[in-house]
Design a protein around this ligand. Structure first.
Ligand SMILES: [Zn+2]
Length: 150
């Protein structure tokens, strides 16, 4: 088994496993070798030390292209992104607790300084605020994050 470092014309590097160099050349000539990223069949072989597949050899992951299924670990999950967004809102707003409706109203009518606030409001309060043209946004805070706040 031969592992070849290959590259398409769009500079996507990837590895191809072939029975032999000849097998690679044959498949390449038949257009059977294609880039796993873009499907390009204009593939060139890069010069590299030949490697044998010994079973316990390191998997050729480092050189693999970033296919969607192999996104880097630092890619955040939707949950993590949401947690970060919520944290940001929390960092930029003042917690007014259950005085939320009252404070939102004061700000709307110029009785209090305009600022970012967060707090609790009942569905009735929220509806009343919206009726008065006061923009409020529900912010479901993940339970895990809520615990760290208290
Ligand atoms: Zn490609």
């Amino acid at each position: 088994m031969k592992v070849l470092d290959l590259r398409c014309t769009h500079a996507h590097g990837f590895e191809g496993w072939f029975a032999s160099n000849e097998a690679f050349e044959t498949q390449l000539a038949s257009g059977l070798v294609e880039c796993p990223v873009c499907g390009d069949t204009a593939i060139v072989k890069l010069l590299s030390a030949p490697r044998l597949n010994l079973g316990n050899a390191k998997a050729p992951v480092e050189a693999a292209p970033a296919a969607p299924s192999q996104m880097p670990a630092q890619q955040l999950s939707p949950e993590a992104r949401w947690m970060r967004a919520v944290r940001e809102v929390i960092a930029k707003t003042e917690d007014v607790g259950d005085r939320f409706a009252e404070e939102a109203r004061k700000m709307h009518y110029g009785e209090a300084e305009e600022r970012g606030i967060r707090g609790q409001a009942t569905p009735e309060q929220t509806e009343a605020l919206l009726d008065e043209g006061i923009a409020v946004m529900p912010l479901p805070i993940p339970a895990a994050l809520k615990e760290t706040l208290q």
